[in-house]
Design a protein around this ligand. Structure first.
Ligand code: BES
Ligand code: MN
Ligand code: MN
Length: 463
């Protein structure tokens, strides 16, 4: 256990003296609707990048720039103090998911408020709140002359739409991005009583399917029963993608899945998890998933397939008797090591076309995807993260596998040869991507402290 130095005391004082300003700045950031998926918000996305640029400069970063891409810009900034120090590359995203449906929010998504110790706004947790902790941690270290690592910031505006342009940026800027590791706060912990470090993320294959029946909408009485209804057919096709054990029926789908050892599964299942509370919180009478696996395994180490949206025909008020011409669905598959997202997209496409009856035409259009990622726990980086949690939270963090995806993690590994530390501070109950997204005020401040301690321990561990 490290003892506190004068510098630690100064930082603690600085954090408490600037607490309110930090929160006010986060509120300003949350007020800008930086929805990357919707071109209507393009100017707001740009404005968010400019906002961050200013804040990085104010915190003391050099070479701060808003780097244009074919899509939304990437904000870069750095503080290179000493080439003999280790360099941390901080990655985060300033874009957010669409806030729809607005009517389900208890307060407007881009008018942040604090209620019961939680900050409510779109992006409060994912990822503005978490990303901004790094800017404030850096500011506090700079202001107290306590930086112990070089720092580079790379904050993108397209994470929620697949990071396509970041991939190009990373490939073209390998020298600029040279570092010893990547530090990311964009995941969650088990609970505030049980801090954890994410060591695995699932990959993703996301696509859209279109099923076409007759060349126009038909009268469902005049033609019903004689011509294929593309919605009926699509539902049957989708239903056939799982068998009675809830395993996915696409041939070859599980071929590359790494089966975990019994010892690993046992360890994973030792993480605190209460199935009754889980069900209660979601208001469901039972869970459902692949036979033979626990809930933690189903989201952590097993691949899945889900329909994210389905539409077609008449959905307006009242009734319209129609046999529609077309039906659509958006489908996501979450992947685990060593599945490859491009291969899985191909397997799906081939299978989906193969099971289509002759009475319809099927088109499959891939969207974005990403590879699964696993980060080592026997590394200097993990040790520093563990020590930071121990000092800030008084508890040794538990390694966990999250079900979500951050495609860029595997890209950093492949293109830059860098391991990431997923130092997240969200909670599963933060409702990311949902109405009433929130982030604990406690988590925001505790996260800043933990990040500062990570810098300290990482520098010490690297010596
Ligand atoms: N921060 C999330 C990923 C996440 C959420 C990881 C919860 C761990 C726990 C990220 O912003 C996200 O939403 N990713 C997308 C994938 C992306 C390609 C759109 C996802 O997981 O759906
Ligand atoms: Mn995120
Ligand atoms: Mn997200």
């Amino acid at each position: 256990m490290s003892t506190s130095t004068q510098a630690d005391v100064n930082i603690t004082k600085y954090l408490s003296a600037n607490k309110e300003r930090f929160m006010n700045e986060l509120f300003d950031l949350l007020r800008i609707p930086s929805v990357s998926a919707d071109s209507k918000f393009k100017a707001d996305v740009q404005r968010t990048a400019e906002f961050l640029k200013e804040k990085l400069i104010a915190a003391g970063a050099d070479k701060v720039e808003v780097c244009p891409t074919a899509g939304h810009p990437i904000v870069y900034g750095e503080k290179m103090v000493d080439p003999s120090w280790p360099t941390i590359l901080v990655y985060g995203h300033y874009d957010v998911q669409p806030a729809d449906p607005y009517e389900l929010w208890n307060s407007p998504p881009f008018e942040p408020v604090i209620k019961d110790g939680k900050i409510y706004a779109r992006g409060a947790c994912d990822d503005k709140g978490q990303m901004y902790m790094h800017v404030k941690a850096f500011e506090a270290l700079m202001a107290n002359d306590s930086l112990s690592c070089n720092v580079k910031f790379m904050i993108e505006g397209e994470e929620e739409i697949g990071s396509d342009n970041l991939e190009i940026f990373v490939k073209n800027n390998k020298e600029k991005l040279k570092a010893d590791m990547v530090l990311i706060s964009d995941t969650s912990i088990i609970s505030n009583e049980t801090p954890s470090i994410t060591v695995g993320l699932r990959g993703l294959s996301y696509l859209e399917v279109e099923v076409t029946g007759p060349n126009r909408d038909l009268h469902s009485g005049a033609y019903g029963g004689a011509v294929a209804n593309p919605i009926n057919v699509l539902c049957q096709m989708i239903a056939s993608l799982h068998d009675e054990n809830n395993r996915i029926t696409i041939p070859g789908f599980y071929e590359k899945v790494q089966e975990m050892t019994e010892a690993y599964r046992k360890q994973l299942n030792e993480s605190p998890f209460n199935l009754d509370e889980y069900k209660k919180e979601l208001d469901i009478a039972d869970v459902r998933g692949e036979k033979g696996y626990t809930t933690l395994e189903r989201t952590g180490i097993r691949p899945t397939l889900d329909v994210n949206g389905i539409w077609g025909g008449y959905t307006g008020e009242g009734a319209k008797t129609v046999l529609p011409s077309k039906a659509f669905a958006k489908i996501s598959m979450r992947l685990v090591p060593d599945q490859d997202n491009k291969e899985i997209t191909e397997l799906f496409t081939k299978h989906f076309k193969a099971i289509a009856p002759k009475s319809v035409k099927v088109e499959v259009r891939p969207h974005h995807g990403g590879q699964p990622a696993v980060v080592p726990t026997d590394s200097v980086e993990y040790r520093a993260a563990s020590l930071a949690f121990e000092e800030a939270w008084g508890k040794t963090p538990v390694p966990t596998r999250d079900g979500g995806s951050i495609p860029i993690v595997s890209l950093f590994q492949k293109e830059l040869g860098l391991n990431s530390v997923l130092l997240g501070f969200g909670l599963d109950t933060d409702a990311i991507h949902s109405p009433n997204e929130n982030f604990g005020v406690f988590n925001f401040y505790k996260g800043i402290e933990t990040i500062i301690l990570f810098h300290k321990h990482y520098a010490a561990c690297k010596k």
